[in-house]
Write a protein that binds this ligand. Structure first.
Ligand SMILES: Nc1ncnc2c1ncn2[C@@H]1O[C@H](COP(=O)(O)OP(=O)(O)O)[C@@H](O)[C@H]1O
Ligand SMILES: [Mg+2]
Length: 259
């Protein structure tokens, strides 16, 4: 039996009266890359906000190692959330701080006993993990877009998360930087044994990294498919096949994401 990190059971999500997602269910296993895909506006970011415990579901449950997240008090929820690392768009780094301080700050907050030297060492280690060894003293503005994402990732790794969340990480990156980020995601999965939840509609990323895929459908407001990529390619519902094959033989101008 593979170890289950997150279980989502019958989750519905929305804003006020507006239901965006209905009856979502899946399990995230340890060490897997789980891709959430679907056209723009189908609720990918909404689902991610629920998975990291920022939004409370309208119905259904999220379990973390079996523990019902929203049945816990806020102190316990905060403790559980510490197992999560999130890479926000553009890294969301603090612009007035060096990379060393960007990483040291969350560490110092949760581990007040760490000395300055230990913080230096840990920050250097996290930066090395994402290919930014020696960049401790740089400020975010001195970095390229791809380097900023890496630095944001180093900060997301600060607290040794068990699950890493990415929302459209390749947005704004050129294809090569985007490919390098996909490789880095796989390396981190392998070296840290972390589970990865990746929200994307980029086909090259999906094909490069996905173990399991969840497809959210704009029309029905629920999941149209869940399973290994190869299985969805071979036997998935038509809407999913169309999504996954949209690049094939189509002129660039018609490669609009299916709505
Ligand atoms: N804070 C919000 N308040 C109200 N509606 C929202 C909010 N955020 C997103 N939505 C709506 O929820 C739907 C799904 O949005 P989102 O999760 O951002 O989709 P995706 O990330 O797949 O593009 C959209 O119709 C969007 O307009
Ligand atoms: Mg989004």
């Amino acid at each position: 039996m593979e170890e289950c990190v997150i279980q989502v059971e019958g989750l519905s999500a929305g804003y006020g009266q507006k239901v965006v997602l209905r009856d979502i269910h899946f399990s995230l296993r340890r060490g897997e890359v789980f891709v959430v895909m679907g056209g723009s506006g189908c609720g990918k970011s909404t689902l991610l906000r629920h998975l990291i415990g920022l939004n409370r579901p309208l119905a259904g449950r999220m379990r973390l190692h079996g523990e019902d997240f929203w049945a816990q008090d806020s102190a316990r929820r905060a403790q559980l959330q510490r197992q999560f690392g999130v890479l926000y768009q553009d890294g969301a780094l603090w612009s007035g701080m060096t990379l060393r301080d960007n990483i040291a700050l969350p560490l110092a907050t949760y581990h007040p006993h760490l000395s300055g030297d230990e913080l230096d060492e840990l920050a250097a280690l996290k930066l090395a993990l994402v290919g930014l060894a020696g960049c401790e003293g740089l400020y975010p503005a001195e970095l390229s877009g791809g380097m900023r994402k890496r630095a944001g990732l180093a900060r997301a790794l600060a607290l040794d998360p068990q699950v890493l969340f990415f929302d459209e990480p390749s947005a704004g990156l050129d294809p090569l930087s985007s490919q390098a980020l996909d490789q880095l995601i796989l390396e981190l999965r392998d070296s840290l044994g972390a589970s990865i939840v990746l929200v994307t509609h980029e086909l090259p990323s999906i094909f490069a990294v996905a173990d399991t895929c969840l497809f959210l459908d704009n029309q029905t407001r629920t999941q149209a498919a869940l399973g290994p990529l190869a299985e969805l390619l071979a036997h998935g519902p038509e809407v999913v096949q169309r999504f996954l094959r949209r690049g094939e033989g189509a002129p660039a101008a018609t490669r609009e994401i299916h709505r």
